[in-house]
Design a protein around this ligand. Structure first.
Ligand code: PRP
Length: 218
């Protein structure tokens, strides 16, 4: 039987995803520890077990929806942030609960006034589509989006932007940099996504996976 292929996001979600699939009995103990090792230090990118009809691989978080959209993976675990930004045509079937954080507009307290009334705000972000959607479509404000690759909190401190659009989890990165949440955009958490064709072709195996995951979710 062709293995069912699952893409997991590397980084902040991978540990919880491996743990959840383990608790759900989808990953055997052997697979779980091999994948755990993969996540921690190995440069190996893909893991499949000869005694299982499942193959797992770890991909960069924003790439997971791409693998699933093209059918290179049947299912994937990705953050709602990457799904909102990627806008792929996938089935989002389950909120997995972990990786909970907030997509927010943040900046120095002094930016609050400009944010509510001003136009031509400069917004630094790793999420340009989410930022445009929020400011232009929802708030009908004109903004200049400055795309950055990471450590976005630097931008308002250095004077590159007025505010940022980013995920806030514990809030410690904002606090340590004298910034604060100014507006909340959306709650974020990890989601199980399924390729549209796989949902039909692999319906039984995917339904079983969803059932097993649901059984261990709070
Ligand atoms: C994310 C995000 C914030 C931080 C928020 O960055 O972009 O910078 O985590 O977490 P906190 O509220 O718990 O402090 P990440 O660690 O993924 O790295 P990056 O900034 O290089 O993208």
């Amino acid at each position: 039987m062709k293995p069912l292929v699952a893409a997991l996001a590397k980084g902040r979600l991978s540990g919880d995803a491996i743990d959840l699939f383990g608790r759900a009995g989808i990953l055997s103990a052997g697979m779980k520890s091999a994948l755990g090792a993969l996540e921690k230090k190995s440069r190996r990118l893909i893991f499949s077990s000869p005694d299982s009809d499942l193959r797992f691989f770890l991909a960069k978080a924003p790439d997971v929806p791409t693998y699933v959209d093209y059918g290179a993976a049947d299912v994937g675990v990705a953050g709602k942030d990457t799904l909102m930004e990627g806008r792929r045509n996938l089935y989002e079937v389950l909120d997995l609960g972990f990786g909970a954080c907030t997509m927010a507009v943040a900046g120095p307290e002094e930016a609050r006034d400009h944010l509510t009334r001003g136009n031509n705000l400069r917004v630094a972000t790793k999420y340009p589509r989410i930022a445009i959607d929020y400011f232009v479509r929802r708030k009908q404000q004109t903004v200049e989006i400055i795309m950055l690759g990471g450590s976005v909190e630097l931008a308002p401190i250095i004077g590159l932007s007025d505010v940022i659009v980013d995920i806030v989890e514990t809030g410690s990165t904002l606090r340590e940099n004298g910034l604060t949440v100014l507006e909340k955009i959306a709650p974020i958490s990890a989601r199980l996504v399924v390729n549209r064709a796989s949902m039909k072709i692999e319906r039984e195996r995917i339904a079983l996976m969803i059932k097993k995951l649901k059984a261990v979710l709070p």
